[in-house]
Write a protein that binds this ligand. Structure first.
Ligand SMILES: Cc1cc2nc3c(=O)[nH]c(=O)nc-3n(C[C@H](O)[C@H](O)[C@H](O)COP(=O)(O)O)c2cc1C
Length: 204
């Protein structure tokens, strides 16, 4: 489908082939695979090894739990995410357990755990589509998330489905090539916005 990243330099095929689909198959995610995803997240590095992540998990075989998480999503995401057999919500614990001080890297570390989870998903033939589009207040209420924690991102997880099952405008997105900014936009040396000299001869 042409979703593979057109990389300028070679990267690992698992990273190259990962993408965020909207068409999911209704095949369930096997329990061992779900556990492997969470185990991968567990072994992410974190500041002070604080592991400030929580994953709220809902599978379609528990309809009540699944609906509770699904209804936290914005309508535009519900449209396609409701096909996925597995939904998750990542949450950041904002203070260190060991001294109660604010953990400035909590979101960063939740992102690292999510990245581990996503790479493990790729290893297992699964796909993950993350979502900022969810109602924060609804999520807090639905899962009784305390003020000391902050919901970060929802995720739909499953096997690839048939894009034909999507509404037309989503189908187009499903087959669109993936794009990225060039390295020179975000790799600096010396001062802010000064592209590293060893990038200068790189065409965009
Ligand atoms: C934190 C985060 C929030 C996102 N929120 C949404 C969302 O609410 N809805 C959506 O359709 N995609 C969402 N995405 C998916 C991105 O649009 C997607 O990752 C990006 O376009 C790059 O595409 P790729 O993952 O296929 O490489 C989100 C991704 C991340 C990492």
């Amino acid at each position: 489908m042409g979703k593979e990243a057109a990389t300028r330099y070679p990267i690992h095929p698992l990273l190259q082939q990962r993408w965020s689909p909207r068409a999911f198959s209704d095949r369930i995610v096997e329990k061992e695979k779900l556990l492997a995803l969470l185990e991968a997240a567990r072994w992410a590095p974190s500041s002070f090894n604080a592991q400030p992540w929580v994953f709220i998990v809902a599978t379609k075989d528990n309809r009540v739990d699944y609906e509770r998480l699904l209804r936290c999503l914005v309508d535009g995401n519900i449209r396609w995410a409701q096909q996925a057999p597995l939904l998750m919500l990542s949450v950041a614990k904002l203070h260190f357990d060991h001294n109660g001080k604010p953990n400035r890297h909590a979101f960063h570390d939740v992102g690292l755990a999510a990245a581990n989870l996503i790479i493990q998903a790729s290893v297992l033939g699964l796909y993950v589509h993350q979502m900022a589009g969810f109602h924060l207040d609804r999520a807090r209420e639905a899962f009784q998330i305390p003020d000391s924690a902050e919901p970060v991102a929802a995720m739909a997880v499953g096997y690839l489905g048939d894009p034909e099952q999507l509404a037309e405008e989503l189908r187009d997105k499903e087959s669109a090539p993936r794009t990225r900014k060039p390295l020179s936009d975000f790799v600096f040396s010396g001062t802010w916005k000064q592209p590293s000299p060893w990038l200068k001869d790189q065409a965009h």
